[in-house]
Design a binder for this molecule. Structure first.
Ligand code: CMP
Length: 138
């Protein structure tokens, strides 16, 4: 079954938006098979964001994502990667469509409430990267 990884970012956790964000996924009939609140290590984040290494925002992004706790979710279902990306909305909250999570809760391109895997391959890679930190079965 297809899986995807969502990270509820530090500012959204600090603003107590976890319940609201999880409800949006569940209201779209998605299955949350794992949820874990954790302070991400730079080591895990550098692997998670490896595709962005060398970009001017990389160091700031790793710093921000490790600044306070995040909530890592694993969701499962048919076509879940694309469905979650649609629900999350565009990376830049200013470009996100009304009704999407980033439109409603995103502050900046960095503090954009949630991360969602870009592809099935990226999702499995990210789940493997976070496994050490969030410990789950299967
Ligand atoms: P995320 O889904 O977590 O994956 C990569 C992140 O890089 C992205 O969301 C943004 O929060 C962050 N980011 C910061 N600056 C930029 C930028 N200029 N362009 C794209 N992504 C950016």
């Amino acid at each position: 079954m297809e899986r995807t990884l969502v990270i509820i970012k530090p500012e959204a956790v600090a603003k107590k938006l976890v319940g609201k964000i999880i409800s949006i996924y569940e209201d779209n009939r998605l299955e949350i098979i794992h949820a874990h609140r954790v302070l991400a290590t730079k080591e895990v984040l550098e692997k998670h964001y490896e595709a962005h290494k060398g970009k001017d925002f990389f160091d700031g992004l790793v710093q921000f994502m490790s600044s306070s706790e995040v909530v890592v979710l694993i969701l499962e279902g048919e076509n879940v990667v694309d469905i979650v990306r649609e629900i999350n909305g565009a990376t830049n909250p200013q470009k996100a469509l009304p009704g999407t999570i980033r439109y409603m809760f995103g502050e900046t391109i960095e503090a954009n409430a949630v991360h969602g895997s870009e592809s099935v391959e990226a999702a499995e890679n990210e789940i493997a990267i976070w496994r050490d930190l969030i410990r789950f079965e299967s």
